[in-house]
Design a protein around this ligand. Structure first.
Ligand SMILES: *[C@@H]1O[C@H](CO)[C@@H](O)[C@H](O)[C@H]1NC(C)=O
Ligand SMILES: *[C@@H]1O[C@H](CO)[C@@H](O)[C@H](O)[C@H]1NC(C)=O
Ligand SMILES: *[C@@H]1O[C@H](CO)[C@@H](O)[C@H](O)[C@H]1NC(C)=O
Ligand SMILES: *[C@@H]1O[C@H](CO)[C@@H](O)[C@H](O)[C@H]1NC(C)=O
Ligand SMILES: *[C@@H]1O[C@H](CO)[C@@H](O)[C@H](O)[C@H]1NC(C)=O
Length: 220
């Protein structure tokens, strides 16, 4: 029993010493000549392992920690409460668009939190509706779908000529522009502002009371 203690202490010492002697290789070199070859091989291995480990970490970081901009899209648009005056003296329309907003977060480890965001619906160069996307959160590798209602009205329009010709033609060309302002937070290590931007073009068919030819383009 008593003999075991010194043995234990002896066997512990080299184990604790080896990494240090490897690190302070230069100092040991002249003293222990037979060990030189072994030690230099060891150093090469350690360097190689360090380089490989570093590369693996770099690749890992590039793939998994790089903040990607979430995909932002409008899946479908339905028309509710369509009312219009097909009349050259006082043409007008009003309706509600229910849009299915899609936020797809392609980040492996980071969630995407977005703030209250505003968008517009345009008829030509004039604004006919305001879009409000409430703040939200899309988890990593998840897709969030929200129904967002937009009240659209010709009330503020000054160009009645274009309005009247659009309504009598039965088709109304609309645009929709919205930007989501948010942040991607990856494991509390990387935080980046990401503002996916969306522009859509669509046509309202008055007699069909539906949206057709929906085309969306996302930027950033
Ligand atoms: C909606 O449009 C109809 C017909 O154009 C009109 O009679 C009505 O007053 C409008 N309502 C609103 C809230 O603008
Ligand atoms: C056109 O509008 C005028 C003025 O608002 C209205 O008196 C008339 O009844 C409308 N005509 C039709 C066909 O809706
Ligand atoms: C969104 O609207 C669609 C179609 O009207 C409905 O099926 C769905 O349940 C709605 N989703 C939410 C979250 O309200
Ligand atoms: C509007 O009136 C014109 C002429 O009467 C007609 O050809 C057109 O189909 C009408 N449009 C709609 C959307 O009702
Ligand atoms: C508008 O909708 C009606 C009914 O769905 C359809 O018959 C018509 O072809 C549409 N108009 C256009 C220009 O697509």
């Amino acid at each position: 029993m008593q003999e075991d203690h010194p043995n234990l202490a002896k066997s512990l010492v080299p184990v604790a010493d080896y990494p240090r002697s490897d690190l302070e290789f230069g100092g040991n070199k002249p003293k222990v000549l037979p060990k030189e070859e072994k030690s230099s091989k060891c150093l090469v291995y350690m360097l190689a392992i360090t380089v490989i480990l570093g590369s693996v970490l770099l690749v890992f970081a590039t793939i998994f920690l790089r903040p990607r901009t979430p995909r932002f899209d409008i899946g479908s648009v339905t028309v509710r409460n369509l009312k219009y005056e097909n009349n050259s003296s006082s043409p007008s329309f009003n309706f509600t668009l229910v849009t299915q907003v899609i936020v797809e977060n392609t980040n492996f480890f980071g969630d995407f939190r977005f703030e209250n965001s505003n968008g517009i619906v345009g008829f030509g160069s004039q604004v006919v509706g305001q879009m409000k996307i409430p703040k939200g959160r899309t988890q990593a590798r998840a897709t969030e779908r929200m129904n967002v209602s937009i009240d659209v009205s010709s009330l503020g329009l000054s160009d009645t000529k274009k309005l009247s010709s659009s309504i009598s033609s039965g088709l109304l060309g609309l645009s929709n522009h919205v930007m989501l302002s948010g942040k991607v937070n990856i494991l509390n290590i990387v935080r980046r502002r990401r503002n996916p931007d969306l522009t859509c073009f669509m046509t309202l068919n008055f007699t069909g009371k539906a949206i057709q030819d929906l085309k969306c383009y996302s930027y950033e």
